[in-house]
Every structure is written in C-alpha cells, then in structure tokens.
Design a protein around this ligand. Structure first.
Ligand code: LLP
Length: 414
C-alpha cells in the first residue's frame, strides 16, 4: 500500500495535489511520501519484531538525506557500499553502529573511515579484502567486525543485471571456499568474526530462491559451529520485489515468517537489507508532455523527463506504470513515452494507453528506488528536484540542479 491515490480524477501524494506541486516546483520532479516510507520500513520491522534483528535499509536505492533521516528516526540501520553512502548516513543523523558495509571493492580509506566510526559489520567479499581489512584495523589499533558474503549459487530468477547470487557473478565468496576463508578470518588478530551474509539479487517475486539460499547458508553456519567458529548473525541481504505491474511478491511478514521458520531455534540475529521494497513505491517521477508526435505507425509523447533522470526502463527494459496526473475523459491511444535525450534507448515506457495533450503531467509510478540515485547529467541535463510530502505539507529535499553546477570543478587550459 502506498499513499499516491486519486481523488476524483486527480492524483495526490498523501494530501498534496501532484499537479500543484509540479506547477510550483517544475518538472521533471521526484516526489516521495514520508508515510509510505515509514509504512514499508515498519512492515519489515514488525515482521521480525519477536526475533533479534536489525533492518539495514539499502542506501543505494534512495540516498537523499531526508529519506535516510526519516528512516533513522524510526531506528533503522543502513546497508552501505561506499564511503560516500556512509557520509550521507552520518549527515542524515544515522547511527554508525547500525551500519553494515557491503561491496566488492572497498578502498583503504573507506575501511579507515568505517572503522573510526565504529560500524556494526563489514560484509567482506573476498579473501584479498579480508587480508587488507586486517592490516588496516591493526594499523588503527582496532578490531574489525566481519561477516563473509557467501555466494550460495542460487538462481534468483530475476533480470541478469540484478541477479547476484550465481557462481558466475562477481559478488561474494564461493561456498566451496567459505570454510577455509572463515578459518583464516578467525585467526587474524585485526578481525572478529560476527556473521555470514548473502544477497542473491533484486526484485525477487518468489520466496523459494530466498529459502534455497538460506538452507545453504544455515548448513554452512552449522559446519562452522563444528569447527568452533561461532556465527552471531545472519544477514539475508535485500532483494524482496515490489509490484510494478501485476507482480505479486510476498509481503514482508510472509517472507520473514518463512525465513524464521527455516531458522528454527538457532540463536542467530537476523539482518535485512531491503532497498526497493521500502523506497520504490514511496516515490513517483513527474514529467510534463512537451510535444505529441505521430509518424506512420507510432504515436510519441515527448516528455521533459528522460533516461538521465530515470534509467531503469532503458537499462533493464524495466516496466513502470505511467499515469496521468489529471485524468481526461475520452479516447486513449497507444504512445511511446520518450525523453529529449539523443538515444533511441531513451524511453520511459512503450505502447502505453494514454489520453494526453501537450502540457499534461504524467507520473511514472514506483520511482522511489533506483530512480534519482541512478540519475546522470548526460546531455548536460541538470538533475531533477526532489520533494517529500508529509500529510498536507511538501518539502524541497533537493533543489533542482542548476546549469552552472554542471561544470563545477572543470577547468579551461591556460
Ligand atoms: N544488499 C546488497 C548487498 C545489494 O547489492 C543490494 C542491491 C541490496 C541489499 C538492496 O536490494 P533491494 O532490496 O533493493 O532489491 N538498480 C537496479 C537494482 C540493483 C540492486 C543492487 N543491489 C534496479 O533498478 O532494478
């Protein structure tokens, strides 16, 4: 459930009229709903409330500091993949002791920063990274809490670009090597083994791949216990899918119940790293129709938002619902909704039944995750403004980028 609903023929974000916000702040524009973010975060937290757990929101999905702050106020932890994301968490008032640090290529300075801030755990992805982290921790006179990200080799059944748990993917440590690398971690003086983690992919709409991964991971945890290596937490990663079209992914409570059942009476804290499931349907992307154009066999709605603002349709052929901000009565036609960027791949949606005129606003639903965070300045397009609504109030949480900011830091030769 989200808080973007029609009242009569007009789309609202909570109690704010989307068309008014677009008029006032211009387009293209991202609008997020605080109530929806909170509701989605709580759905995870409540789903495991009886069991020791930590919900670490995946910052990469939407890293605006207002979004992070709203979640931090609920007590959220954060899953980060860079020093930049860690800095955002701190800037937003997040608690570093609830941060897990994922990612295959952590640099020495990122490790130092995270150690100095006292993060909860490093999710280590290779033997080489483990050795490096040990040296950095020893140099700082610290002990780094570590989990090893194990690649369980299960097929998440999602788009190949967002599937991460197969042997052929660059992520994690192969299951066959896991025990040896855990043994090594256990003997390094700069490290303290805390947990295991996995993340098999994103936008999963079935429970089975999660359970397959969990079975393999729990078997590993049991084997490690036999070797005297005690695992205190199991980080199940993120990946729970959302409804973009007619997908029916399991709700967080059903998903968590299935995991808890598998866990049995093991004394393991559970960590979740949801990104999309919290943020995607808490945001819309609003764009205005500039021109309508027809050729022999196609109609195009040329809009002011483009692949640089929202790349998911172009990059993954992702389908996101496109709806009119104010519905018109009358006949609709099939349109390709395309942006001004000079690429054939620049589209937000294809073959959409719409009744639109020039000047109309359209909203691309489910744009709160991997929308703004993946935006670029391609074609020297300043990045969109971001708003957050809270009831009947709307706040600018990021100003529209100014053209002069585009060449900030660039230099002309003497
Ligand atoms: N944890 C780790 C280690 C991850 O790599 C990811 C996402 C997450 C958690 C959060 O996954 P989520 O709950 O959001 O599925 N840009 C793509 C998605 C890339 C996901 C990358 N990793 C998209 O727009 O579909």
């Amino acid at each position: 459930m989200d808080h973007f609903l029609y009242q009569a023929d007009e789309l609202y974000a909570e109690q704010c009229q989307v068309a008014e916000l677009a008029k006032q702040h211009g387009t293209p524009l991202y609008i997020y709903s605080r109530a929806t973010l909170e509701r989605h975060w709580r759905a995870f937290d409540n789903a495991v409330s009886e069991h020791p757990h930590l919900i670490c929101y995946a910052v990469k999905a939407n890293s605006n500091i207002a979004v992070l702050n709203v979640l931090a106020r609920l007590g959220s932890g954060f899953d980060i993949v860079s020093g930049g994301e860690l800095s955002r968490v701190i800037e937003a008032g997040g608690d570093p002791t609830k941060v897990v640090f994922s990612g295959v290529g952590k640099t020495v300075s990122e490790m130092e920063m995270a150690l100095n801030l006292g993060i909860y755990c490093f999710n280590v992805e290779s033997a080489a990274e483990l050795e490096q982290l040990n040296l950095v921790a020893l140099r700082l006179g610290k002990v780094a809490p570590v989990s090893l990200r194990i690649n369980p080799d299960v097929d998440a059944g999602t788009h190949p670009y967002i599937s991460t748990g197969l042997k052929e993917n660059k992520f994690g440590i192969a299951m066959e090597e896991a025990e040896a690398i855990f043994a090594r971690a256990n003997e390094l003086p700069g490290l303290a083994v805390k947990g295991v983690d996995c993340h098999i992919g994103s936008q999963l709409t079935e429970i089975k791949p999660f359970l397959d991964a969990m079975d393999r991971m729990l078997a590993l945890i049991d084997r490690l216990a036999e070797q005297g290596i005690e695992i205190k937490h199991f980080d199940v990663g993120g990946g729970l899918g959302v409804t973009y079209d007619d997908e029916q992914p399991p709700q967080p409570d059903v998903y968590a119940a299935a995991l808890l059942e598998r866990l049995g009476d093991r004394d393991l804290k559970l960590i979740f790293e949801p990104g999309r499931a919290i943020a995607a349907n808490a945001g819309i992307f609003v764009t205005q129709v500039l021109y309508l154009k027809e050729n022999s066999d196609k109609r195009f709605a040329l809009v002011d938002g483009a692949m640089n603002d929202l790349i998911r349709p172009s990059l993954y052929s992702a389908w996101q619902k496109i709806v009119p901000v104010i519905e018109r009565a009358g006949e609709s036609h099939s349109y390709d909704v395309v942006g001004p960027v000079c690429e054939t791949g620049d589209f937000l949606g294809k073959d959409r039944q719409l009744n639109v005129q020039e000047g109309d606003y359209l909203a691309v639903r489910s744009s709160g995750a991997y929308g703004f965070t993946m935006a670029s300045n391609y074609n020297s397009r300043p990045r969109a403004a971001e708003l957050m609504v809270d009831g009947d109030k709307a706040y600018v949480i990021r100003e529209r980028e100014k053209v002069a900011q585009l060449w900030q830091g660039e230099q002309i030769l003497p």
